[in-house]
Ligand binder design. Structure first.
Ligand code: PA5
Length: 463
C-alpha cells in the first residue's frame, strides 16, 4: 500500500470562476500529451538510458552494498562522504529524513552501534577544517563518491583527507579507512583504486549523478549509518510500479510533471517552490532543487533547436517561511506554483499545554499538538494561496519512514524525466556546467585548458 498521495485540487478550476486547469483536460489534451511523454520514457528505458528505474529491484547490488556497510560496524564512529551534487545531496536527504543525525546529537559511541554520517560537499576551508578537527581519524571512514571520478572539488577533498590519514593512521592503514564509489570501469578515481588497492563500489554506467541516490552512492553511507535501505528500495519499487501507466490521473509522477510543466508554458508560472512542512524533508527539497533545475534547464531541445527551457526550483520550509517568503508567494509576481510536502503522522506529536492561559494569544484548544498545528499551518497557507488564485499542490506522506521516502524519491525522479520530454529536452545531461569546469582547470594551470579572460584585479568597475 502506497504511503504517498498527490493532491492537485488547488491546481484545478473546480468551482466556477476559479483559476487553474479545466479538469476535463486531464482526460483530453493533457492526458494525450502525457501519454506521449510516458511512451518516450518507456522507449528510453528499453534503450537502457534510464537505469535509475531499475535500481529498486537491483537486489544483488543492494546486498553487496549492505555487506560492505556492515563491515564498518564497531570499527568507526564517523563516516564522511566526500562528494558533490548528485554524489552528496541524496545521501544527505536519506540521513536527514530518516534520522541518522541523532547520534550526532549526543548519544555516546558506546551506546550507539552505528557511526555518525557526515556529508562534505564543499571545498570551503572553514567547514572542512571544522569537520576534520572534530574527527578522530583513527575512528573515521571516508567514502569518496564521484560517478565520473574526476570532479575537482571531490578529488581535492580526497587529497586533503588522504594526507591526514597517512599522518594519523599511517600510509598502509589509510586504505582501511577508504572506499571509492565510482564508475565500474572509467575515470581517475577508478584508476587510483586499482593502483593503490582501495575497495570500490560501482555506480551503474547508465545512472547519472542526480539520479543515483538509490545506487551505492546513497545506499552505502545510509546503510553504514544504520538506515533501512531495503525499505527505501521497496518503497521506490512501489512507486515505480505506480508510474508504469500512461494514464495521467493514475500516475503520480505524471500528474506532478504535467501540471508543473503546463503552469510554466501556459501561464508563465516558472518558479516551482518545493516546500515541506517537515524539517526532516528540508534536505529533500534541496535534492529536488538539483534534480529539477539541472535536468530541465537546457539551451537546446531534443530536436537540436534552441530551447532555453527550465523552471526555477525554489526550496522553502513551512511553517518557517510563512514568515519570510509567503508574502512574495501571495502578492508578488504570479509566476509560481507551490508544491507542498506534508506528513500525516508524527512519532511524537508534542502536546501544547492547554492549562488556563494568562492571555488569549496563549490559548490552544484542549488536546492540540505541535503536529496538529503544523498541519493547520499548511492547510491555511494552501487555502490562502488558492483564494488569491495562486496555484499549489500537496504531496502527502502517510508517515515519514524509509518506505515512504523511497516512494517520494522515485516519484520525483520519474516526474523529472517526464518533464524533460514534456519540455522537449534531455533531462539526463548537464552540458551547461562544462565551461565553468574547464575554466577551473585553466585557472589551476592544468595543461590543455585555457583560463577565462579576466579583468585586472584593480579594474575601475568596483566600488
Ligand atoms: O547530476 C549530475 O550529474 C551532477 O550534479 C553530478 O552529480 C556532480 O557534478 C558530481 O559529479 P561526480 O559524481 O561525477 O563527481
Amino acid at each position: 500500500m502506497s504511503a504517498v498521495t498527490v493532491d492537485y485540487r488547488n491546481l484545478l478550476a473546480i468551482d466556477e470562476g476559479e483559476a487553474g486547469v479545466d479538469p476535463a483536460r486531464l482526460a483530453g489534451d493533457l492526458g494525450s500529451r502525457f501519454r506521449e511523454a510516458h511512451e518516450d520514457v518507456q522507449r528510453a528505458r528499453r534503450g537502457g538510458s534510464m537505469g535509475f528505474f531499475d535500481l529498486p529491484r537491483a537486489l544483488d547490488a543492494a546486498a553487496r552494498i549492505r555487506r560492505a556497510a556492515a563491515g564498518l560496524r564497531g570499527r568507526f564512529d564517523d563516516v564522511v562522504v566526500l562528494g558533490i551534487g548528485g554524489s552528496a545531496l541524496g545521501t544527505r536527504t536519506l540521513r536527514d529524513a530518516l534520522g541518522a543525525g541523532d547520534r550526532a546529537r549526543g548519544t555516546s559511541a558506546a551506546a550507539a552501534p552505528h557511526p555518525r554520517l557526515h556529508v562534505a560537499d564543499n571545498v570551503d576551508p572553514h567547514s572542512i577544517g571544522a569537520l576534520l578537527n572534530r574527527l578522530d581519524m583513527r575512528r573515521t571512514f571516508f567514502n569518496v563518491v564521484s560517478k565520473s571520478g574526476s570532479t575537482t572539488e571531490t578529488l581535492a577533498l580526497y587529497r586533503v583527507v588522504a594526507e591526514r590519514l597517512a599522518r594519523d593512521v599511517g600510509p598502509d592503514q589509510a586504505r582501511e579507512h577508504l572506499l571509492f564509489t565510482t564508475d565500474p570501469r572509467r575515470g581517475p578515481l577508478r584508476g587510483l583504486a586499482g593502483e593503490v588497492g582501495i575497495p570500490t563500489l560501482p555506480v551503474p554506467p547508465n545512472v547519472g549523478g542526480r539520479f543515483s541516490v538509490l545506487s551505492a552512492v546513497g545506499l552505502f553511507p545510509a546503510a553504514a549509518a544504520g538506515l533501512d535501505v531495503t525499505a527505501v528500495l521497496q518503497g521506490a519499487a512501489r512507486m515505480e510500479e505506480r508510474c508504469r501507466t500512461g494514464e495521467l490521473t493514475r500516475n503520480p509522477a505524471g500528474v506532478v510533471a504535467t501540471l508543473l510543466h503546463r503552469a510554466d508554458v501556459e501561464r508563465g508560472q516558472r518558479v516551482h517552490v518545493f516546500m515541506p512542512y517537515c524539517d526532516r524533508l528540508r534536505s529533500f527539497a534541496l535534492w529536488v532543487q538539483q534534480l529539477w533545475g539541472e535536468s530541465l534547464g537546457k539551451a537546446t531541445g531534443l530536436d537540436g533547436r534552441p530551447a532555453a527551457t527550465g523552471p526555477t526550483p525554489l526550496p522553502a520550509a513551512g511553517a518557517t517561511d510563512q514568515h519570510s517568503l509567503l508574502q512574495l508567494f501571495m502578492e508578488g509576481p504570479a509566476d509560481k506554483v507551490v508544491c507542498f510536502l506534508t506528513v500525516d503522522a508524527a512519532d511524537d506529536p508534542i502536546p501544547i499545554d492547554d492549562a488556563p492561559a494568562p492571555l488569549p494569544a496563549f490559548e490552544f484548544p484542549e488536546g492540540h499538538t505541535l503536529h496538529q498545528l503544523i498541519a493547520i499551518e499548511h492547510a491555511a497557507t494552501a487555502a490562502a494561496l488558492r483564494t488569491r488564485k495562486r496555484p499549489n499542490l500537496t504531496i502527502r506522506l502517510a508517515k515519514l519512514d524509509a518506505g515512504a521516502l523511497g516512494e517520494l524519491i522515485l516519484l520525483f525522479q520519474a516526474a523529472t524525466v517526464y518533464a524533460g520530454f514534456l519540455y522537449g529536452v534531455d533531462p539526463l545531461t548537464q552540458p551547461g556546467v562544462e565551461l565553468g569546469k574547464r575554466y577551473v582547470h585553466g585557472l589551476l594551470g592544468r595543461s590543455g585548458y585555457d583560463p577565462p579572460r579576466m579583468e585586472e584585479a584593480n579594474h575601475p568597475w568596483q566600488v
